[in-house]
Design a protein. Sequence first.
Length: 212
Amino acid sequence: MDNSQQQLAHVAEIRSLMERSTRFFSLSGLSGVWAGFCALVGAYYYRNFIEAAYLRPHSEVYVEKVDRMSRGDFEMALISTAFGILLAAILGGLFFTARKARNQGERVWDVSSRRLLKALLIPLFTGGIFCLALLYWGLVGLVAPATLVFYGLALINGSKHTIGDVASLGYVEILLGLAGLFVPGYGLEIWALGSGGFHVLYGGWMYFKYER
């Protein structure tokens, strides 16, 4: 009986080593919390920017407000805000992930992290080009929900190279994005809910589940 238990323990250890060689487990839940916080701040700033600079107080829904802006000003504000959110989220994510990897005695940049990055970048790059095309054709109201759809696809695609629970957030993002495509007047609010609110909740849950 003892011999069989030892064999099972060895099998479990081998399986753990194989998973660690193919999956990136240093992804920190605090990275998700930080990314969600950046998204909420960015959405708040952008909404105030539109209302303060271009729009009447207490006017109608978001997509109708945008129609009164010049297209060039709107696109520059959208792109610069999105870039700022992305940069802040990436830098914070790298910090928290590197700290977790250091505490676990693991490397941040290895075969598993490269596989994860590749799996994430394919849907994200495709989605980025798609959203630029939407901007080019003036379909502004579809941009925010479209980013959620492609981001959700990226999370699901990348989940097989990291903690499998990441896929759950991906499905939520896709559902929110698809819903937002049918109510483009509230695209920014839905985007803030998906990229902000759910990110904070999910990141916090992951932190207390795996890191506490």
